[in-house]
Design a binder for this molecule. Structure first.
Ligand SMILES: O=P(O)(O)OC[C@H]1O[C@](O)(COP(=O)(O)O)[C@@H](O)[C@@H]1O
Ligand SMILES: [Mg+2]
Ligand SMILES: [Mg+2]
Length: 347
């Protein structure tokens, strides 16, 4: 059993960017340990000061809670102590310029699942590590407009019954568990998302706002063994993407947050650069897939740090099945020509 430090050192080849990535992830792991201690010593308690709304909307338009801000502060400090030139956070309108000349940019959702903070349900942190090129130094506006394929590393922490880290450096996806006694993350092994899903995750309270293909896809799952899918599906929705993602990485399933007809939800709720891309990179590296419903999520060129995107990720066969319904809902028995030409997740 190796520690996170040993794993990172083994991957830090002569390439200075790999060493820089390792240094940053070490700092993030320390910050996550601090945040876990803060959460488990009262920040999620019913009367804790850190549970109340702080009142202001963040860059994505959501109301910030105190813990959102505290998480942002901790991870900003972690980035400042690492080779990070640009820090792009859900909790800040604009990217923050840190260490000039450093090789990395980091996009982050410091606290994912904020609606669950006061309910003692798992929450998390999602991060995406990108390269900084000379072109970005001349004009920083493009640094967070790199497609997800450009990511050097990505991952997410889950503050749950156990603090977990799921991370990819582009060579598989690995899970690490944290010990509160030692503050050390220990490797638990590679994650391989089962290709076949038995569970779907979608906020079904929005069913009346869904577009036809989404309704059809879910209906076909719900028909179970008697229906066209020929098997039963269970449903899970934690409303913390990190918690839904971790479960899916461990036992398969599909997570769906598409656009719908609610005002402001035409591209759903999930942010491309610091939510969908890092989870999508981890999913692909774990043998799964991630799309915006049709195209691989990692191929999308973002139009800005806070862009929203429809997202579907998890078991590869199920992500492809969802795309098949999206692409051509009227001919559900034929293989979509779209996927004949351009498979999802490199299938
Ligand atoms: O409340 P809804 O619409 O079900 O959305 C839940 C989704 O929104 C998110 O909470 C968005 O993340 P934030 O808490 O960082 O805004 C996801 O984690 C989760 O899956
Ligand atoms: Mg989030
Ligand atoms: Mg958040």
């Amino acid at each position: 059993m190796s520690t996170l430090t040993q794993y990172l050192e083994a991957h830090a080849a002569a390439d200075p960017r790999q060493r820089d990535v390792a240094a940053l992830i070490e700092r993030l792991a320390e910050a996550a340990g601090s945040l876990q201690r803060l959460i488990s010593t009262g920040a999620t308690g019913d009367a804790g000061a850190a549970t109340g709304p702080a009142g202001d909307p963040n860059g994505g338009g959501d109301i910030q809670k105190v813990l959102d801000r505290e998480a942002d502060r901790l991870f900003l400090e972690a980035a400042r102590a690492a080779p990070v030139a640009f820090y792009g956070s859900e909790e800040q309108d604009e990217a923050v310029v840190l260490n000039e000349g450093a090789s990395l940019a980091m996009a982050i959702d410091p606290l994912d699942g904020s609606s669950n903070i006061e309910t003692n349900v798992s929450i998390g942190t999602i991060f995406s590590i990108l390269p900084v090129t000379d072109a970005h130094r001349a004009d920083a506006s493009g640094v967070f407009r790199q497609p997800g394929r450009a990511q050097l590393a990505a991952g997410f922490f889950v503050y749950g019954p156990r603090l977990m880290l799921v991370v990819t450096l582009g060579a598989g996806t690995h899970a690490f568990g944290w010990s509160p006694e030692t503050g050390v993350f220990t490797r638990m092994g590679p994650l391989n998302i089962p290709a076949v899903a038995k569970e779907y995750s979608i906020n079904a309270s929005n069913a009346r706002h869904w577009d036809e293909p989404v309704r059809l896809y879910i209906e076909r799952c719900q028909e179970g063994v008697e229906g066209p899918r020929g098997r039963d599906f269970n449903m899970r929705w934690v409303a913390s993407m990190v918690a839904d993602a971790y479960r899916i990485f461990v036992r398969g399933g599909i997570y769906i947050y598409t656009g719908d007809r609610r005002k402001g939800y035409d591209r759903g709720r999930i942010r491309l650069v610091y939510e969908a891309n890092p989870v999508g990179f981890c999913a692909e590296q774990a043998g799964g897939a991630a799309s915006d419903g049709l195209q691989p999520i990692l191929d999308i060129v973002p139009d800005g740090l806070h862009q929203r995107t429809p997202v579907v990720f998890g078991s590869r066969e199920e992500v492809v099945e969802f795309a098949r319904v999206m692409a051509d809902p009227s001919s559900l028995t034929e293989t979509s020509s779209l996927f004949g030409q351009r498979p999802i997740g490199g299938i």
